[in-house]
Design a binder for this molecule. Sequence first.
Ligand code: 5GP
Ligand code: MG
Length: 175
Amino acid sequence: MKSEPELSVLFTRDEIAAAVSRLAAEISRDYRGKNPLLIAVLKGSFVFLADLIRQLDFPLEIEFVRLSSYGGGAESSGRVRMAAGAAPRIRGRHVLVVEDIIDSGLTAAFLLDYLRRKKPASLKLCTLTDKEARRRIMVNIDYRGLTVPDKFIVGYGLDCDEKFRHLPDIYVLEQ
Ligand code: 5GP
Ligand code: MG
């Protein structure tokens, strides 16, 4: 028999909002007047991106990429692929990658490497959450929101089998 997954709150919406405001202030300080290109990784980052950009009161552009390192489950396969059709103009732009979570680091490392070869003027990484204990490859995080324990989290854009993305708080999913 399959038991129901259990959710316990890790970060409340207020704690998330405080982290987003702090990141927005840091990003504003560094990118105002540079017309940055924010590249968000689908699907998990869309809620974070939506809240973040509404606190950035200067010209910027956004783009989305889709990568897959996860099948349906909670373990990374270690492989990442760029979704077809995602080809924003990168050359000469100040590019900021926006992630929901850095876990093994494989996804971010792949994407940063891919983008670096397209010769951006600058390239940095912003993540709402950092699951540092699980890192398998070094990635430099320029803007870090919240540090999370080695647990599977859902809510605020993050899913488990496409569920829970709509929850306003971040939860640990006990399986
Ligand atoms: P990485 O390549 O760093 O191992 O994994 C990055 C991606 O794995 C994230 O963008 C996210 O889609 C997924 N992921 C990693 N850890 C979690 C987690 O705790 N919860 C959820 N929902 N997704 C995760
Ligand atoms: Mg993701």
